[in-house]
Write a protein that binds this ligand. Structure first.
Ligand SMILES: [Zn+2]
Length: 201
């Protein structure tokens, strides 16, 4: 990877031998390895004995989870807040594990919608709850830095499953509790998608 970064610097019109850039290929490789470390993460290892059997069926919410990801179309960051809720059936997951699950999928090349779905699907598969909801609000640097539709560079995506999809009251309760900075699309509404980086340019 370091040789590729050196070539990239030359292609950008830079001199990779100048002092400030000499160690850049090494640093960039290290940064990218970290930012894509989710590819090597094993979700079962991350959850490692953090599932507990309980007699509890109220909504569990972890909100304002900071996340940082890379847009797969431009390899530029998108980042923001993730809110996760589920209603346990027989199992709960250790609360500290939920941000870890978010990181496993955020630290890959992503589009915001797939990232949102992967987090929800993982909780559905591992916890088997009555319902799960994930909402992500993010700023996409590939849009804001390039001046593309600045006003829409803040994108909201949601994945609602089970009782969050079927029961409007459950969904409203969740949305009220996370108090979004902007409107969230309904469960079958993909309106948010058009505000995201869609890789056209
Ligand atoms: Zn992009």
């Amino acid at each position: 990877m370091q040789e590729l970064i050196r070539k990239l610097l030359v292609d950008l019109g830079e001199d990779p031998a100048r002092e400030g850039l000499r160690d850049t290929p090494k640093r960039v490789e290290k940064a990218y390895r970290f930012l894509t470390s989710g590819y090597n993460a094993d979700i079962d290892q991350v959850l490692n004995n953090a599932l507990f059997t309980v007699d509890y069926s109220e909504m569990v919410i972890v909100k304002d989870i900071d996340f940082y990801s890379l847009c797969e179309h431009h390899l530029l960051p998108f980042f923001g807040k993730c809110h996760v809720a589920y209603i346990p059936s027989t199992k709960v997951i250790g609360l500290s594990k939920i941000p870890r699950v978010v990181d496993v999928f955020a630290r890959r090349l992503q589009v915001q919608e797939r990232l949102t779905n992967q987090i929800a699907d993982t909780i559905r598969d591992k916890v088997a709850p009555l319902g799960v909801a994930v909402v992500m609000e993010a700023t996409h640097l590939c849009m804001s830095m390039r001046g593309v539709e600045k006003q829409n560079s803040f994108a909201v995506t949601s994945a609602m499953q089970g009782s969050f999809r079927n029961n409007a009251r459950t969904r409203m309760e969740f949305l009220e509790l996370i108090k979004l900075r902007s409107a969230v699309p309904g469960p079958r509404d993909s309106a948010a998608a058009r505000y995201e980086c869609v890789g056209e340019d």
